[in-house]
Design a protein around this ligand. Structure first.
Ligand SMILES: [Zn+2]
Length: 330
């Protein structure tokens, strides 16, 4: 059963229901499925949505990512939406707004006759403009409490990474492991900061890097597919699933290293604390600036969502809940 009102909620399977006809980031029997960005926990049930929904909505960059990741969405079901290009779908207006997270990431705005609702999806600060004037805001709070507060910015993490690369590359290759989107952003950021060593990467990572480089408007030059031959002075980017022991220096990009911007794990292995998500403090700042009438914290994807909701109610005086009420077994 479709809810009859124009509201916003998070279902037990991670589906974000927005208005009457829109669902984002997981499956629900609704005509319009939004993919906010190409991370696996936001592409849930996509094949079923492709079969059953009228349209799949995403930014052009996200559609390109989806294609590389093996999601074939028929031409007739694709509704490419640039940022700030509202589209009328039946009696609702749907709009995507930029979210700084990975290339192509979007926030979603749905305006119906009686109310206006929005969903941040994953985002980081600065660089994500809060959705204002909402009745209900669904927010991602990956780091939902102060115990998960990082005490440094991504600039510190990048500086630490560059330092590890500069030192490590004298001894052999430097391997950098991370997830799709983050790897490509880091490649662009390293080039922006003048890191000139050759870049190698697995084939999918290279394809995504070319798309991301166009999105960021900054070229990632001297990038080739890693074929198994370990160059002496190269930075080799591999998907996190390909982490294994090899000669050289190893860097794991993780948002869960809370000790320092970079922490040595063993002799030649480092964690670099580079996150794609707003800190707890930044989540609260977002809500304060957005100032919606009501907040729903996504408890399907976030940690400590109930704490976040309580904190928002207490500190900001805004009605807040965490949904779904109980997290299902993954
Ligand atoms: Zn994400």
């Amino acid at each position: 059963m479709m809810t009859s009102g124009c509201s916003a909620e998070v279902r037990g399977n991670g589906a974000i229901l927005l208005g009457r006809g829109v669902v984002a980031d997981s499956y629900a029997p609704r005509p319009y499925r939004v993919v906010t960005h190409a991370h696996s926990d936001h592409m849930l049930g996509l094949r079923r949505s492709v079969r059953e929904s009228l349209f799949i909505l995403a930014t052009p960059t996200t559609f390109k990512f989806l294609e590389v990741l093996g999601h074939n969405i028929p031409e007739g079901k694709r509704l490419e939406l640039g940022y700030r290009r509202p589209v009328v779908l039946e009696d609702e207006v749907v709009e995507l707004r930029p979210a700084r997270h990975i290339a192509g990431s979007a926030q979603v705005l749905v305006e119906c006759r009686e109310s206006i609702v929005g969903y941040t999806s994953d985002f980081k600060m600065p660089g994500t403009e809060p959705l204002q004037g909402l009745d209900t805001l669904v927010i991602d709070a990956t780091y939902g409490s102060p115990r998960l507060q990082r005490r440094w910015g991504e600039w510190d993490a990048l500086a630490a990474l560059i330092d590890i690369i500069e030192r490590g590359i004298r001894e052999g290759p430097v391997w950098v492991y991370g997830y799709n989107g983050k790897l490509q952003e880091v490649m662009v950021e390293l080039r922006r900061r003048g890191v000139r060593y050759p870049f190698l990467a697995d084939e999918r990572t290279v394809k995504l890097a070319l798309i991301a480089s166009e999105f960021y408007g900054f070229p990632v030059e001297d990038l080739r597919v890693y074929t198994g031959y370990e160059e002496e002075a190269a930075v080799i980017f591999l998907h996190a699933s390909k982490t294994r022991r090899r000669r050289g220096t190893h860097v794991i990009l993780t948002g869960w290293e809370m000790r320092a911007p970079a922490a040595r794990v063993s002799d030649n292995v480092y964690n670099v604390s580079y996150s794609d998500h707003a800190t707890f403090k930044e989540v609260i700042e977002y809500v304060e600036e957005a100032n919606p009438r009501r907040v729903v914290v996504d408890a399907y994807r976030g940690s400590d969502a109930w704490f976040t909701a309580k904190y928002i109610t207490k500190r900001l005086g805004i009605e807040a809940t965490a949904l779904p009420a109980k997290r299902p077994n993954p």
